[in-house]
Design a protein around this ligand. Structure first.
Ligand code: NAP
Length: 260
């Protein structure tokens, strides 16, 4: 357990829990893995192709006194999802917290967008989360402790955005998935929530917030700054914690006021 985790109030501690974070090798997923580990969870850090990056996340967690393992999970491949979830359970001894963070954004105006791009977006962002929920839920229920599923949606899923119809559809779909599974799994003691980040500084948004665009964007954000991955990770860690036991089916906006 990381130094300091024992000093956490029990309501925020994740000691004794195992978490799987898909897309944990970079950006928001990396921050989620690090914060969950700092709260005491043992973490499986999922990645699609960047194994070295996932290993570096695990090393950083170990240096901070936590425990994490890299796990190859291309969420668009159901067989890889099953294998990755099984590895997590075998290596870390169970699974109580699933963070469906892996995602891609293929941006194009409708006239330039293709069905192929839409299908790829849905395959990763929506079907991927569905497949992970399906593969993980048996283990989560077997744990017989309060389970948690947290889906990383987006402000765009609620608000829409020019040039992001495919991405928005996938992220709105995640909200429907979240609310339905919240109802379905509540009787089994599992909460299912979503976070909806605004603009967060990661590889995904590097182009969108470069140069002049940054100032234009800042003008739309009441809190006056672009978000950091840790802003989202803190919200995820709250939803994973005992403190959030009575919160389910919720979409927690982490957007600096961009959409209220
Ligand atoms: P990012 O920096 O581009 O990182 C994407 C992560 O997803 C990487 O870890 C990547 O793994 C993984 N990934 C991509 N395709 C995958 C696949 N098929 N299977 C498994 N993993 C896959 O993105 P980010 O900004 O941190 O975004 C993380 C999540 O937050 C996404 O769902 C995104 O839609 C959502 N979000 C982001 C923002 C934002 O402003 N950044 C706002 C709202 C919502 P590899 O490293 O192995 O490629």
């Amino acid at each position: 357990m990381p130094d300091g985790a024992t000093e956490l109030p029990a309501s925020l501690s994740l000691a004794g829990k195992v978490a799987l974070v898909t897309g944990g090798s970079r950006g928001i997923g990396r921050a989620c893995a690090e914060v969950l580990a700092a709260r005491g969870a043992h973490v499986a850090v999922g990645y699609a192709s960047r194994e070295e990056a996932a290993r570096a996340v695990c090393e950083a967690i170990a240096e901070a006194g936590g425990r994490a393992i890299p796990v190859a999970i291309d969420v668009s491949d159901p067989a890889a999802v099953q294998a990755g979830v099984d590895t997590c359970v075998r290596e870390l001894g169970g699974l109580q917290i699933l963070v469906n963070n892996a995602g891609i954004s293929i941006d194009a105006l409708l006239l330039r967008a293709s069905l192929e791009d839409l299908r790829r977006t849905l395959a990763v962002n929506l079907e991927g989360a569905f497949a992970c929920c399906k593969a993980a839920v048996r283990h989560i229920l077997r744990a017989k402790t309060a389970g948690r599923i947290i889906n990383v949606s987006s402000v765009v899923g609620e608000q829409g955005n020019v040039g992001q119809s495919m991405y928005a559809a996938s992220k709105a779909g995640l909200i429907g998935l979240t609310k339905s599974l919240a109802r379905e799994l509540a009787p089994r003691g599992v909460t299912v929530n979503a976070v909806a980040p605004g603009f967060i500084e990661t590889d995904m948004t590097a182009q969108a917030i470069a140069g002049d665009r940054r100032d234009a964007l800042l003008g739309q954000i009441p809190l006056g700054r672009i978000g950091a991955p840790a802003d989202v990770a803190e919200a995820v860690a709250f939803l994973a914690a005992p403190a959030a036991a009575y919160v389910t089916g919720h979409v927690l906006r982490v957007n600096g006021g961009l959409f209220i």
